[in-house]
Design a protein around this ligand. Sequence first.
Ligand SMILES: C[S@@+](CC[C@H](N)C(=O)[O-])C[C@H]1O[C@@H](n2cnc3c(N)ncnc32)[C@H](O)[C@@H]1O
Length: 286
Amino acid sequence: MEASFVKIFEALNWASSFLKAHGRDENAGELLLKHHLKMSRSQLLASLHDEIDPLIREQFLADLSKHTNGIPVQYLIGYEEFYGRVFSVNKEVLIPRPETEELVYGVIERAKNKFQHPSIVDIGTGSGAIAISLALEIPQAKVSAVDIAKASLEVAEKNARDLGAAVRFYEGDLLQPIIQRGEKVDIVVSNPPYIPDLEVETLSTVVKDHEPLRALAGGQDGLDFYRRFMNELPQVLNSNGIVAFEVGAGQAEVVAEMLRATFTKADVRVVYDINQKDRMVFAELH
Ligand SMILES: C[S@@+](CC[C@H](N)C(=O)[O-])C[C@H]1O[C@@H](n2cnc3c(N)ncnc32)[C@H](O)[C@@H]1O
């Protein structure tokens, strides 16, 4: 398709057809154009009839091409919105997903009813989206976060600084940094890798070729991380604590059973997301 546009509204129309023809989300054009023009949406709308600077036009076309070749638009623009805030992302972290906002909401609701000053740890923090959102939404909480990857933690630490969130970050394997420090916490929250290894290959190229494998693959049946959590959780959780897991659709009942077997005195519930998928499991100990 020849790029014949001159004005901003023409660029948006052209990009929309180009993306559609390549099977990509048509809205990516607006995100990329706002990014290159350094404009908010309202500024873009007020400039629809302006001509595009030739250099910006080239950069916009180059990014459209990269996106149709599979690079997620969030890695091109360098951010994603999560729970009402803007988080920097790069290829070292999973792009935070809207369903994880529902996990954060579930933690806030439960924490509010149960604790005045909850101690919370987010395991596999990636961009820091969960930990930072919780620290900002529950200012009286003490929040820490763990990731196995230093490169992910660098992104999370930048996000915490930029958003003004007090979160302590640790590099390590699951709950080991917390266990080694001899700490106990009220809430463990995690969105661990849960895609069965063989299914990773079936994901769209935008995900499997660009997002970090360590954030996706959860072993043969996708449940390896939850199994490992069952050994470590009793070592760190306070007796009235809460566990909050995101899971893959179809995994919730199995993970709920693991939690019931680990914590015989717990109220364990599968929670469905707004798309009616079983994407969360919460355990409340008592
Ligand atoms: C599905 S991503 C979740 C990222 C982020 N919490 C979110 O919800 O957007 C899983 C994260 O777990 C991290 N991870 C993988 N194995 C780990 C391990 N053994 N211990 C701690 N973190 C791990 C990955 O680096 C990745 O950042």
